[in-house]
Design a protein around this ligand. Structure first.
Ligand code: GLU
Length: 504
C-alpha cells in the first residue's frame, strides 16, 4: 500500500432506505479504515433531485448509529472537508466542468429529449459517442458563436464527456485484479445539466473523492461498469497520479436461486433487507433488523462474513476482532448468497452470551405489555433455563409464559398420550409429598419425589409427564423440578389440583 493516509467514504444517494448491501459496503469501508488507522467519511450524494427522498439521510445516520459504525467526518458531524452533502457543494463543481470544456475534453450538447428519441428510433442501438456525435446538436458541430448565442438565449444544455474511441482502459481493482475494457463501449456521459445547474453522479463523485483526498473507493459491484469512465475522468482532470484505488465488492445474492438480493425478497421469504423499518410514502412498510429483534453485533458479524472470509474457521467476531482481521485481499469476487438462516444463527449465538440479567432487562417490557409483574431476579432465573432455545428475545415469551400464567387448558394430544388411568391418584399423592417438602429447592424436591416413586414402584416417565402436563399444560419446558422451584410450592399444588379436577 502507498504511504498516502487511508481515507475512505461511504457515499449513499438518499433515494430511500439503506439496503442491507449498502450496510455491508459501509461496514467493509469502516473495517478497512480502522485497520489502517484511517478516516471514514459519510458523504451524501444528493445531486439527483428527481430521486431525492425525504428522511432517507436521517434514516442512514440512524442506521449506523444503531449498528455502532462510527464516522470520522460526515454530513451529520462535519469535518475538515465540509460540507459533505453534494447539494451544499454545488458551487464547487462548475469550474471543473468549464475546465474540461476549455481543454476540449468535454462539450456542450443541446439535443432536446425529442431529438434524442428521434435518433434512437432512426439508429439501432444508438449511443451518443465518437461514432455519432458529429450527427448531433452540440458544440463540436456548431460554431463558437452559435454556441454562445444558444447559451445566452437560455437554451438548456448538458455537458458531455468526450470519450475517444477504441482505447483500452485498465482499471486496477484490489479484488478483481486488472479489468480491461475498450472505450468504444462507453457513451459520452453527461457530466452536468444546465436545467438544475448540477453535476451528475459521475462528475461530483470524482471531484469530491479528489478534494476529500479519498485513498480507496470500496463499493458494490454494481459500480464496476462506471470505473473505466472514472479512470478517464481522473486523467482528464489531471488527477491520475492521486487516483484512489478501487475495490468492487461482490453482489449479495438471493437466498434461493440466482440474481441480486432485492427488497422484495425480504417480504417474499420473511426476513428484513433493511437495518431499520422504513415506511414508504405510499404507506407500505418494510421490516428492519432492529425491529425484528436482531442484536446489532450479530448483524455486523453476519454481514462481515458475506463476501469476506478470515481464512480460518472462526465465525464469531467482535467489531474489534473484525477490524484486526479484515483485509481487502480476502474479499471474494463471486457473489455471496444471503443465507438469512445463518443470520438467525448469529443472533442465537449473541443472545447466549448475554447475562440472564441483561436478557431480563430486554424481556421485561414484553412482560409488562402482557400485564405480568415479575421481579428482575425471578425473570433472570427463568430466562437462564430457556435462553438456549431461542434466537430472539421476543421468542422468550413462548418459552416462559407458563411460569407466569397457570395453564387454562391442556394440550389434547399430550393428554391423550400422557394422562393415564392412575395419573390423577398418583398426582394426589404427589401433592402430599410436595407439601411436606420444607426446602422447596429443585434438588430437594427432585430427590424426595424420586425416593417416593421408587418406594411405590410407580412408572417414573408416566408420572413426570403427568406432572409436567399439570404445571405447563403441554409437553414442553425445561427441567420440571426447576419449574416447580420457581413457581413455588403453593402454585404447584394449585396447578396439580386443577389438572386433577379437569382431567379426572
Ligand atoms: N452515490 C453512489 C451510491 O449511491 C456512490 C457509489 C460510489 O461509492 O461511488 O451508491
Amino acid at each position: 500500500m502507498s504511504d498516502k493516509k487511508v481515507r475512505v467514504r461511504f457515499a449513499p444517494s438518499p433515494t430511500g432506505p439503506l439496503h442491507i448491501g449498502g450496510v455491508r459496503t459501509a461496514l467493509y469501508n469502516y473495517l478497512f479504515a480502522k485497520k489502517h488507522g484511517g478516516d471514514f467519511i459519510l458523504r451524501i450524494e444528493d445531486t439527483d433531485s428527481q430521486r431525492f427522498v425525504e428522511g432517507a439521510e436521517q434514516y442512514i445516520v440512524d442506521s449506523f448509529e444503531w449498528l455502532g459504525i462510527k464516522f470520522d467526518e460526515g454530513s451529520h458531524i462535519g469535518g475538515g472537508a465540509a460540507p459533505y452533502r453534494q447539494s451544499e457543494r454545488k458551487y464547487i463543481y462548475k469550474k471543473y466542468v468549464d475546465h474540461l470544456i476549455t481543454s476540449k475534453l468535454a462539450y456542450y450538447a443541446f439535443d432536446t429529449p425529442e431529438q434524442l428519441d428521434a435518433k434512437r428510433a432512426e439508429v439501432q442501438n444508438f449511443q451518443y459517442d465518437a461514432s455519432t456525435r458529429s450527427m448531433m446538436n452540440n458544440s463540436l458541430v456548431l460554431s463558437k458563436q452559435e454556441v454562445e448565442e444558444l447559451i445566452a438565449a437560455g437554451k438548456q444544455y448538458v455537458v458531455r464527456f468526450k470519450i475517444e474511441a477504441n482505447e483500452v482502459i485498465v482499471v486496477n481493482d484490489l479484488i478483481r485484479g486488472e479489468v480491461k475494457i475498450n472505450s468504444s463501449v462507453l457513451d459520452d456521459k453527461v457530466l452536468y445539466k444546465s436545467s438544475d445547474q448540477l453535476p451528475t453522479y459521475h462528475l461530483a463523485n470524482i471531484v469530491d473523492d479528489h478534494l476529500m483526498e479519498i485513498s480507496h473507493v470500496i463499493r458494490g459491484e454494481e459500480w464496476l461498469p462506471s470505473a473505466p469512465l472514472h479512470v478517464l475522468l481522473y486523467r482528464a482532470l489531471g488527477w491520475e497520479a492521486s487516483m484512489p484505488q478501487f475495490a468492487h465488492l461482490p453482489l449479495l445474492l438471493k437466498p434461493d436461486g440466482k440474481g441480486k438480493l432485492s427488497k422484495r425478497d425480504g417480504d417474499r421469504l420473511g426476513f428484513p433487507v433493511f437495518p431499520l423499518a422504513w415506511k414508504e410514502a405510499t404507506g407500505e412498510v418494510f421490516a428492519g433488523y432492529k425491529e425484528a429483534g436482531y442484536f446489532p453485533e450479530a448483524l455486523i458479524n453476519f454481514l462481515a462474513l458475506l463476501g469476506w472470509n478470515p481464512g480460518t474457521e472462526q465465525e464469531i467476531f467482535s467489531m474489534e476482532e473484525l477490524v484486526a482481521s479484515f483485509s481487502i485481499e480476502r474479499c471474494s469476487k463471486s457473489g455471496a448468497k444471503f443465507d438469512f438462516e445463518k443470520g438467525k444463527w448469529f443472533n442465537h449465538q449473541y443472545l447466549q452470551t448475554k447475562t440472564n440479567e441483561a436478557l431480563a432487562e430486554l424481556f421485561m417490557p414484553i412482560l409488562k405489555e402482557k400485564n405480568i409483574d415479575s421481579s428482575l431476579e425471578k425473570t433472570s432465573q427463568i430466562l437462564g433455563l430457556v435462553k438456549e432455545r431461542v434466537n430472539f428475545v421476543a421468542e422468550l415469551w413462548e418459552q416462559t409464559s407458563f411460569f407466569f400464567i397457570a395453564p387454562s387448558s391442556y394440550d389434547e394430544k399430550t393428554v391423550k398420550k400422557r394422562w393415564k388411568e392412575d395419573s390423577a391418584s398418583q398426582l394426589s399423592e404427589l401433592i402430599a409429598i410436595l407439601e411436606s417438602e420444607e426446602n422447596f429447592s429443585a434438588q430437594a424436591t427432585e430427590s424426595a419425589v424420586k425416593t417416593w416413586i421408587e418406594s411405590k414402584q410407580y412408572h417414573l416417565g408416566n408420572l413426570m409427564n403427568a406432572f409436567r402436563l399439570a404445571l405447563v399444560g403441554e409437553a414442553k419446558g425445561p427441567h420440571i423440578f426447576d419449574i416447580a422451584q420457581i413457581i413455588g410450592k403453593q402454585e404447584c399444588v394449585a396447578r396439580i389440583n386443577k389438572a386433577i379436577a379437569t382431567l379426572k
